[in-house]
Design a protein around this ligand. Structure first.
Ligand SMILES: [Zn+2]
Length: 192
């Protein structure tokens, strides 16, 4: 994978994100951002762009394009500092994304290039998924988690269904967000 202009000796920052799983024009499953119609292409870095200079108000004010991510703007590829800060996106905008999202996955994302730190996470100029965890099927996402994980193998990073045995902390995080219905024993474990 090409890593842009980032020197190899700089370790990427690793954050947490939630992605939609959508079907592309070739009917293959791929990752998409939630708030934007940005598809994350397998084996290609994602580079952030800022759409603000194209907006009418910015054009009237003659704002010039800026380096991404910029202070005072919201641009850049967003990632949270931990799973707990990202997990809410597993159920966000469900009505809006009905018929678009076949499933959702949570995972870690490598951030590099220009990275701006905020209170709860980062905004970066470059990103690529690092590790993908697939929650169980829900009514809104009927595909089996195993099938979703297999379909994401083209990204070349670990993609696995979330299991209580292998990922107890992640299951706890899902439980605290009210999303652990498919893990029958986690309530008992949390009460121990
Ligand atoms: Zn911007």
């Amino acid at each position: 994978m090409r890593r842009g202009n980032a020197p190899d000796y700089i370790e990427p920052t690793v954050g947490w994100r939630v992605w939609l799983v959508v079907a592309n024009d070739a009917r293959q499953l791929c990752l998409r951002s939630i708030a934007f119609v940005t598809v994350w292409t397998p084996r290609a870095e994602l580079r952030a762009r800022c759409i603000r200079p194209r907006r009418l108000l910015a054009r009237i004010r003659r704002e010039s394009p800026h380096e991404v991510p910029a202070l005072g703007c919201d641009c850049g590829i967003h990632a949270a500092k931990d799973a707990a800060a990202a997990v809410g996106y597993l159920s966000a905008y469900e009505d809006l994304l009905k018929g678009v999202a076949l499933h959702r996955v949570i995972g870690t994302v490598s951030l590099w290039g220009k990275v701006v730190e905020g209170e709860r996470g980062w905004r970066a100029s470059h990103a690529y998924p690092a590790r993908l965890f697939v929650p169980p099927s829900r009514d809104s996402s009927p595909l089996p988690a195993e099938a979703v994980a297999r379909s994401l193998v083209g990204y070349g990073v670990p993609a696995e269904p979330i299991s209580e045995r292998a990922h107890p902390e992640l299951v706890d995080t899902l439980a605290s967000a009210g999303l652990a219905g498919a893990y029958p024993r986690c309530t008992a474990r949390r009460n121990r």
